[in-house]
Design a binder for this molecule. Structure first.
Ligand code: FAD
Ligand code: EPU
Length: 350
């Protein structure tokens, strides 16, 4: 069994919120065999285990009494057909480096997803997305392993159930680990400039490199660098609500931004948070980032996970009361023994 007093290895540099918590054991793995051996050894001892890429989508509330596996299993393998480049990427590769690598090798399509932190293996979990693209647009399959049985399964794109910030990997295959991702990129490049901020790039000689540069600059202006201000990107998802509630809200808030998704309204959580006057709000060193209200920062990098969670709950309650819209956290919350169901903390008030 795990012992609380031996929980002495720091996770501060391994989570982008820069929360100062410890784990009982932290091991970086570079090979699949090593990952399976380790996992089984600690599972036998009844140790809780979690796998992390760069910890850029997690909030540690407390010390973690278990094993943290840091995935650095690398390798990029390219093959081609007449129309496509096919990439098989091991899950410990850095996502942004992959995007740069593809563009350097004249393989285009991932430029809209530049500068998203994290490793390739985490990318399908929440179907990472930005600037009108998401990994589901390119993903052919996800390879997973059950480390106990060493059984490997290939999950084809349809079975991944990709949706906005969602996939099957959040619900099923909990005992599996993503070991590789297969992407397919068309040899015929078509720029993806549908996102509002990119419309000004609609000129004839636009290139993937120009889109890449533009998005990197835009992100650097809007999104805080976790090395300076701890954060995990958007704390909440943009809510999708019924058209009935959407029209009701539009009658009261005629300037409310929204997009139509099938029969539903997708709202901007940042705008809802602004309307509740949280932009720039700070308490106990935890701040709503003034340039992007969806991002909560650990301004002095010395706040606790609980301080961050408390502000998030305050925002959730305020937005819920004002708009009848109950935000859903995007990030994963981790406690003493593993992931905690967020709905323990985020409860609708009637
Ligand atoms: P981690 O935080 O390490 O892990 C996230 C979850 O995935 C955990 O539950 C973990 O256990 C699980 N996991 C990790 N590896 C594996 C594996 N191999 N197998 C199974 N499960 C695994 N996201 C977007 O979608 N779009 C954005 O524009 C965006 N911008 C961001 C900007 C900033 C500054 C930050 C800090 C975050 C941003 N994010 C964004 C969120 C984050 O980048 C993504 O969620 C990313 O995919 C997380 O990668 P990671 O390796 O750090 O995952
Ligand atoms: N807005 C505000 N106030 C704010 C922020 C946004 O009013 O403080 C409104 C504005 O109307 C703005 C619109 O929201 O035009 C959209 O803002 P932005 O382009 O910054 O995008 P977002 O919807 O706030 C989403 C993703 C980001 C992703 C960007 C770019 C979610 C939860 N977040 O943010 O992803 O980088 O779009 O595509 O979908 C992440 O998931 O961690 C993340 C950073």
């Amino acid at each position: 069994m795990y012992k609380k007093k031996t929980c002495k290895y720091s996770l501060k540099k391994l989570n982008t919120f820069n929360i100062n918590v410890n784990a009982s054991k932290i091991v970086q793995v570079k090979e699949l065999k090593q990952l399976c051996l380790l996992y089984n050894k600690y599972k036998k001892k009844n140790f809780p285990c979690i796998i992390l890429g760069e910890g850029s989508n997690v909030l540690f509330l407390k010390n973690f009494y278990g094993l943290v596996i840091i995935n650095r299993i690398k390798g990029i393998y390219i093959s081609e057909s007449k129309k496509y480049w096919n990439l098989h990427i091991n899950s410990g590769e850095n996502w942004h480096k992959l995007v740069k690598f593809t563009i350097k090798n004249k393989i285009y399509g991932l430029e809209n997803l530049a500068l998203i932190p994290g490793r390739v293996g985490s990318a399908p979990v929440q179907n990472i997305g930005a600037y009108g693209a998401s990994i589901q647009n390119f993903c052919e399959y996800v390879d997973i392993i059950n480390p106990s049985s060493k059984k490997i399964k290939r999950i084809n794109k349809k079975k991944c159930n990709f949706k906005y910030r969602d996939s099957i990997f959040k619900y099923s295959y909990k005992n599996y680990i993503i070991i590789a991702v297969g992407l397919s990129l068309s040899k015929k490049w078509v720029p993806n400039l549908n996102y509002n901020d990119l419309k000004k790039l609609k000129y004839s000689n636009i290139t993937p490199q120009l889109i890449f540069n533009y998005i990197c600059n835009l992100r650097k202006k809007k999104i805080p660098n976790p090395k300076i201000y701890g954060n995990a990107g958007s704390f909440f998802k943009n809510p999708v609500i019924s058209h009935i509630l959407g029209f009701k809200l539009l009658k009261i808030f005629s300037d409310m931004p929204f997009t139509l998704e099938k029969n539903n309204f997708k709202l901007s959580a940042g705008w809802l948070i602004d309307k509740c006057k949280f932009k720039g709000y700070i308490r106990k060193g935890v701040m709503v980032y003034p340039r992007q209200s969806l991002i909560i920062i650990n301004k002095f990098n010395n706040s606790s996970g609980m301080d961050i969670l408390k502000l998030a709950i305050k925002i959730y309650n305020a937005v819920g009361k004002k708009f009848e819209v109950w935000l859903e956290p995007e990030i994963k919350i981790i406690g003493n023994y593993g992931e905690i169901n967020p709905y323990i903390f985020f409860k609708k008030i009637r």
